[in-house]
Design a protein around this ligand. Structure first.
Ligand SMILES: NC(=O)c1ccc[n+]([C@@H]2O[C@H](COP(=O)([O-])OP(=O)(O)OC[C@H]3O[C@@H](n4cnc5c(N)ncnc54)[C@H](OP(=O)(O)O)[C@@H]3O)[C@@H](O)[C@H]2O)c1
Length: 298
């Protein structure tokens, strides 16, 4: 059995195309959905993520700005930049690219972002709402995975979903979304992390296995139940002298071997990562609609 490949590239394009009429409606009223991204320093991976976010905005005719600050920027100055964006009516979404330099208190930064402009869904207000099953900005990567499952007719209801990784941006919100009492969720969720014992015994019981660890090829075929759905969130740069740039991107799953066991699997690149951007665009449009009173619940 070779797994069905759950492609993210085309789906991401479709989801972004689906936003165009909503954007056009806003533009007609003189509102250009706007995303402001703050980045401290020049980490190449972070710069590349920021660039792709800007490109996506451009493609959709949305306003985007990248505020590039020195790595040495002090916390007070950063909070002032955020505060100005909070009150700027042209800005609908605010995103601070992580990771931040060590001298910055990440929690203080997240607390400073206005929840109604928190298109990453990382502020405590949005995280709390998510956990409570209330209306909120859903974090982009886990929400992209929920959409990917839905579009591929994979219903998590009653299934055992195992997530490896408990970060605030992927693992925890992923668990919260999958365990919601609602259509498209309703899974039984187990979360594993670096202190989990006998992890393979747990992952082998997963109907849906989600790896968000940051360790290349961590999930081996013998950790996967035959017929499971495997979602690879990992983005790892590994050396490859044969590649043009001297490196290539791989996931947290041993793709070649696991695809022989799984029923469906996401590739890296071209899987979850693409959907993350589409979800960010969706959240920014939603923020613009809500802030301008144009959002009507369906
Ligand atoms: N596709 C996308 O759009 C997207 C978005 C975000 C992140 N990512 C990628 O996803 C991966 C995870 O990101 P993250 O931000 O969630 O990472 P993170 O904050 O570093 O968290 C990693 C998690 O994995 C656990 N872990 C690490 N090594 C482990 C091991 N050997 N066994 C079991 N658990 C282990 C850690 O456990 P402890 O908590 O016990 O330390 C932690 O909970 C990275 O490769 C990142 O680049 C991709």
């Amino acid at each position: 059995m070779t797994a069905k490949i759950l492609e993210g590239t085309e789906l991401s394009q479709q989801l972004m195309d689906g936003l165009k009429p909503r954007i056009a409606r806003l533009v007609k009223k003189g509102i250009y959905p706007g995303l402001s991204v703050i980045i401290l320093g020049e980490d190449p991976a972070s710069l590349s993520y920021v660039k792709s976010k800007g490109k996506a905005c451009e493609r959709l005719g949305m306003r985007s700005e990248t505020i590039m600050l020195s790595e040495k920027t002090g916390q007070k100055d950063l909070l002032t930049v955020i505060s100005n964006l909070n009150t700027n009516p042209r800005v609908h979404g605010i995103l601070v690219q992580m990771p931040l330099p060590k001298h910055i208190d990440e929690n203080a930064v997240l607390e400073a972002i206005a929840p109604e402009k928190d298109v990453d869904g990382f502020t405590p207000v949005n995280m709390g709402r998510l956990l409570a099953g209330r209306d909120c900005f859903r974090p982009c990567t886990p929400n992209g995975i929920m959409v990917l499952l839905e579009k591929n007719n994979i219903d998590p209801a009653g299934k055992h979903a195992v997530i490896i990784g408990r970060s605030n941006i992927v693992g925890k919100p992923m668990a919260a979304l999958l365990m919601q009492k609602r259509k498209g969720a309703d899974a039984t969720v187990t979360v594993c992390h670096s202190r989990t014992r006998k992890m393979a015994d747990i992952t082998r019981k997963a109907d849906i296995l989600i790896a968000a660890i940051g360790q290349p090829g961590f999930v081996k075929a013998n950790m996967v139940k035959k017929g499971a759905v495997v979602i690879d969130v990992g983005i790892n740069r590994v050396r490859d002298p044969e590649a043009e740039k001297g490196h290539r991107i791989v996931g947290d799953v041993d793709f070649e071997k696991v695809k022989e066991v799984a029923k469906a699997i996401t590739p890296v690149p071209g899987g979850v990562g693409k959907l993350t951007i589409a979800m960010l665009m969706q959240n920014t449009v939603l923020a613009a609609e809500k802030l301008s009173g144009q959002h009507h619940k369906t």
